[in-house]
Design a protein. Sequence first.
Length: 96
Amino acid sequence: MATLEPVRFGEFLRDRKLIDDEQWLAALADHWSAPRHRRFGATIVERGLMSAEQVEAEARAFHDELQVVEIDEDAAGEPDPPVDTITSPMERVGLE
């Protein structure tokens, strides 16, 4: 069965080898310990690991690679049924 797993921007940068594990962990520590919440990309720029332009470009790539499921509404304002559905084994044999 397919599962959805969140992928965070910092992991995306690390997985693309734009920052290493040590830089990722240090930036995470800064990010979560800051008195005012800020975006992870801002932390990366502030630490001098990447330029703001690089972060923006990678953020665009990050969002482009996300799979998005759109739900359209029908005329009555009800969501259309999903196009891709995963059926249970019981449904496949007609028991549900």
